[in-house]
Design a protein around this ligand. Structure first.
Ligand SMILES: Cc1ncc(COP(=O)(O)O)c(C=O)c1O
Length: 415
């Protein structure tokens, strides 16, 4: 759809004009909506967070730009804060403008480090909009007209438990076998994955317990770089500051964007080990004119400070549990609800034709999204059957409950 000269290739119902946004509310056309999207895991600290805006204004008075071959105080201070919040091994930062660019940097670094070309990803995952990052996990029909097929990308199924008659242990075991087969030829440069949950393509599939440990062990064994994409899972979304804490692993490279600056300024980060950075920087080009502008760094700095000061992840874990409990209590028996799953405050509500067949019901999902909008609740869904719930992590309990009332009422009302 083209509207106001903008090209939207996302569901038409979502393309409303945003007039104002604050905390957990969005205003459009005289309506005030409760937001259950955080702009897709971006405004985790609430829309138009005043403290983050103040940090930007203060930085404007100091310096607004520094070229790629220099370093500004705002960048240096932010790099210190970010790396101090991560496992001790991860100390070297690539300065990017967003998630796509951070993941591109990670892939170039992994290829330069290993001398290998192949990248392994998971089916129906999203890691960015560039031709390379799309190829990691996007289904072929979405790519065939714009991204040339490449034998350098291998996609395997995600080891998730929904719609499977195998036990989680068996799923993990079979996955380990398949992954080992794919890596054993020692020609895979990197595996790109999120931290045990798919946030990017909207399915909110949760991996069988122990997944990240299996990935870590096998990537170490076969000299493959483990790239953890924390663009969606980072910044308290999953009940910990970072998703890697949920899985208890240290990847070789981690990437961030979205919640990193609470949506105020374009910034992404690739963070890796010193030895990897030293072995690769001369063999790869990681330059970005707008990567880490001082303004974006000031915003990201204040964002991370707020997460740490308020331990936002603790509230996210509590509220996530509350959402799961309410949805399970009030919707688990509903014939159209196939599954309720999630980690922290990243929750998937799977809508099906009926409980017995568990067949996806994309028309019903779209109808629910539309009807929720009519009831002043903004939600989004994937391309198949899942509503992806990502409320701002700072949402108050009464507003959260009001939003859940509207959601539950809508799911029950759509026939
Ligand atoms: C998991 C994941 N990785 C990467 C990206 C790309 O980030 P960006 O839109 O900042 O380029 C996204 C965007 O939706 C994402 O969800």
């Amino acid at each position: 759809m083209i509207k106001h000269h903008f090209i939207y290739n996302i569901y038409v119902d979502w393309a409303f004009d945003l007039e104002r946004a604050e905390g957990s509310y969005l205003w459009t056309n005289g309506k005030r909506l409760i937001d259950f999207t955080s702009g897709w895991n971006t405004t985790n600290l609430g829309w138009n967070n005043v403290e983050v805006s103040e940090a930007i204004i203060a930085q404007v008075g100091k310096n607004t730009y520094t070229p790629m071959w220099t370093a500004d105080a705002a960048q240096i201070e932010y790099a210190k804060l970010l790396t101090a919040a991560l496992p001790a091994e991860l100390t070297a930062v690539g300065r990017a403008t967003g998630g796509t660019e951070a993941n591109e940097m990670a892939i170039k670094t992994a290829r330069a480090y290993t001398g290998r070309k192949n990248i392994l990803g998971f089916q129906k995952t999203f890691h960015g909009q560039s031709a390379t990052t799309l190829a990691i996990g996007l289904p072929a029909p979405y790519m065939e007209d714009s991204v040339p097929a490449s034998s350098h990308f291998i996609q395997i199924p995600y080891p998730q438990t929904y719609r499977s008659d195998k036990s989680p242990e068996r799923i993990l075991n079979d996955f380990a076998g398949e992954l080992e087969k794919a890596l054993a030829g020692r020609d895979v440069a990197a595996i790109v994955t999120e931290a045990g949950i798919i946030t990017g393509w909207g399915s909110v599939y949760v991996a069988a317990q122990g997944y990240l440990r299996v990935v870590r062990e096998l990537t170490k064994k076969y000299g493959t770089v483990m790239i953890l994409d924390e663009v969606g899972t980072g910044f308290s979304r999953c009940g910990k500051l970072f998703g890697l804490e949920v899985g208890g692993v240290v990847p070789d490279i981690v990437t961030f964007a979205k919640g990193i600056s609470n949506g105020t300024a374009a910034i992404g980060a690739m963070v890796t080990r010193q030895d990897i950075a030293e072995a690769t920087f001369a063999k790869s080009i990681l330059l970005s004119t707008f990567g880490w502008t001082p303004i974006a760094c000031a915003a990201a700095h204040r964002t991370l400070q707020i997460h740490q000061r308020d331990k936002v992840w603790e509230k996210a874990a509590r509220d996530g549990e509350h959402i799961m409990n309410r949805l399970k209590k009030e919707l688990a028996d509903h014939d159209r609800v196939g599954d309720i799953r999630g980690v922290g405050m990243e929750i998937g509500l799977d809508i099906v034709k009926d409980k017995r067949s568990k067949e996806p019901a994309p028309d019903k999902v779209e109808a629910i999204v539309h009807q929720a909008f009519v009831r002043d609740l903004h939600i989004v869904c994937d391309h198949e059957s899942t509503i992806q719930l990502m409320p701002p992590l700072t949402i108050s309990r009464p507003i959260l409950d009001e939003g859940l009332d509207r959601l539950i009422e809508t799911v029950k009302a759509v026939k």
